[in-house]
Design a protein around this ligand. Sequence first.
Ligand code: NAD
Ligand code: TYD
Length: 334
Amino acid sequence: MSKLLVTGGAGFIGSNFIHYWLAEHPDDEICNLDILTYAGNKTSLVDIKEDPRYTFIEGDIRNPDVVNDLIKDADTIIHFAAESHVDRSILGPEAFIETNIKGTYVLLEAAREHGVHLHHVSTDEVFGALELNSKEKFTESTPYDPSSPYSASKASSDHLVRAYHETFGLPISITNCSNNFGPYQHPEKFVSRMITNLIDGDNVKIYGDGKYVRDWLYVRDHCAAIDLILQQSKVGETYLVGGMTKDVNNLEVAKMLLDYMELGEDRIEFVTDRPGHDRRYAVDWSKLNKDLGWEPEHSFKDWLHETVDWYKANEAWWRPLKEEAESTYKKTGQ
Ligand code: NAD
Ligand code: TYD
């Protein structure tokens, strides 16, 4: 039996991870440390509220007393907690510096004190942007070149995690994953915003010319990748995790959704572009495939359809979040 300390487990990927882990590892226990920002949602975990294997602690990863107390009992830390939205980092970078850099530092110090393995969940955005129409993809050796306050803060946290491994011998692992989508994603993000807008009779909002390319990873595939890495990888490794085999731009993703939801292209609305908008991300996940045999379970199209079905069936989950998400976009004209 293992005891996991999950940070940010009330967020999108963290809550999916907790559900995934308890199903796949029924003898394990999980403590979820989350401060419940706008992105943290206890209703995502309401089904396991009474599960004896699960404990929720409302607290801040920047608080060394709270963190030290919880790490004492843990075998492994899975660190998801972060400010995660690029558009919000443009409106106000400070929280990103505080949580993503200082919060990670506090966890690293506590992990060092107690000799606990820390798995750091990071992003492909640390590598900056690739050229549109190029064949190039990010690999584990691509130099860091972040463009937004969000990606710069994540890059900084990655460097700290590696430095604690090199300098202090802290057992760590890192995943840099691409854009996740799936159940329990806040309706401020691209896929979840489009689906919920369409359900509401509103349009999908496409930034700029829509020819921006993201690498889409279904959240459950991401959780399975972290599981494999924790079970089988050497300490100190970094793995990229991604989903796409060929480029699909934002406009094409919107059209795939409209097609599945049987709606017309008149529901596409072009809006103000994001400043410093990265043109293209593409992830080469062959290291993870070669070393550990990981690959996505289904195609992007199938997972996208499953995601639409989930949002249609779970309006009670996303409805309370929708108004606040759209009010943020009023400030950016998007
Ligand atoms: P999210 O914004 O949905 O959730 C973040 C969670 O962290 C929330 O529950 C929030 O309450 C919590 N949190 C924030 N500050 C905290 C603090 N000081 N102390 C404790 N908890 C705090 O994020 P997500 O989409 O689930 O992303 C999880 C991780 O994966 C992040 O580190 C993010 O950078 C990374 N990531 C996400 C994506 C994606 O597509 N969502 C892609 C690549 C990497
Ligand atoms: P997002 O989900 O915010 O993730 P990230 O910025 O971390 O990649 O955005 C994904 C892509 O979709 C990005 O190119 C911005 C674009 N986008 C839109 O065109 N319309 C929208 O309403 C949103 C939220 C994003």
